[in-house]
Design a protein around this ligand. Sequence first.
Ligand SMILES: Nc1ncnc2c1ncn2[C@@H]1O[C@H](COP(=O)(O)OP(=O)(O)O)[C@@H](O)[C@H]1O
Ligand SMILES: [Mg+2]
Length: 314
Amino acid sequence: MAESGGSVSRGTGQPSPEGAPLADTPIAAAAERASQILTPGGTGTLPRPAAPRIMTVANQKGGVGKTTSAVNLAAGLALHGLGVLVIDLDPQGNASTALGIDHRKPGIASVYEMLLDDVPLREAIQQSPANERLYCVPSTLDLAGAEIELVSVVARESRLRNALDPELLRELGIDYVLIDCPPSLGLLTVNAMVAAREVLIPIQCEYYALEGVGQLLRNIELVQAHLNKALHVSTILLTMYDGRTKLADQVAAEVRSHFGDKVLNTIIPRSVKVSEAPGYGMTIIDYDPGSRGAMSYLDAARELARQVLKENAQ
Ligand SMILES: Nc1ncnc2c1ncn2[C@@H]1O[C@H](COP(=O)(O)OP(=O)(O)O)[C@@H](O)[C@H]1O
Ligand SMILES: [Mg+2]
């Protein structure tokens, strides 16, 4: 076990050789934060769930931060020493891209083959170059057809659940499986909800933020009633918060009044850096570890991991 806390040696305000505090300019402060974040052990350790937590990241609204949250939470958890598998269930493959996985290479096994051709997880899983504890099952454009092709397949709602080989997850030390859903409530999302125990809903701090969430909750209830009793909404993450607008605060307050303590305290700010990172095949945590976006996803990852302690205490 790595030592928790206390091992950060380069603390804020330590005098530099010239005698000036290290973090006296914004750039120096960011660099210092980055070096602390990327120093193994410097961030402390997080509790490991007793069994892998399988979480569906869903919201049928597009552009609310599902993919961004799935990959950056995954990277944050992995940086803290946890094993994470991201399953890219969106034909666009943005999660695969952000994790540095070339999902356009011809002939690769992807989530499509897992769902439709019984290809085992072992063949479709890839390690992300970002972190040795971070894995991804990529998606390819073929997945766009899966929504229709699945209709006539036996056990069409449970294909993903049946493919999640528990032995392999144990072998690879996977603590979290995050499933990045497409922006729809079709069979791919249903497969994600049947495979998971928990739903994480990212909600954008914008107009109409709650639009469609009612429908999502009804679908979750349907899946719960007919296909997966264990399914529940465990986590809400507020994304793309712009502190300059009153609206963002109103949305955040409204979401908290609906969902109470399921809403993580950490709110992800709107930041250009966050949107640039995938263009380089990177998560924000690798692209700019000292940035506000990276810090907030790391905070959110810590909060997510500590939910395990809260649940155990109940
Ligand atoms: N915190 C943020 N700040 C700025 N841009 C963001 C942020 N989160 C996501 N984005 C950008 O917004 C767009 C939609 O995000 P994405 O995660 O792809 O949403 P979804 O998966 O729900 O469709 C992307 O271009 C992404 O880079
Ligand atoms: Mg997406």
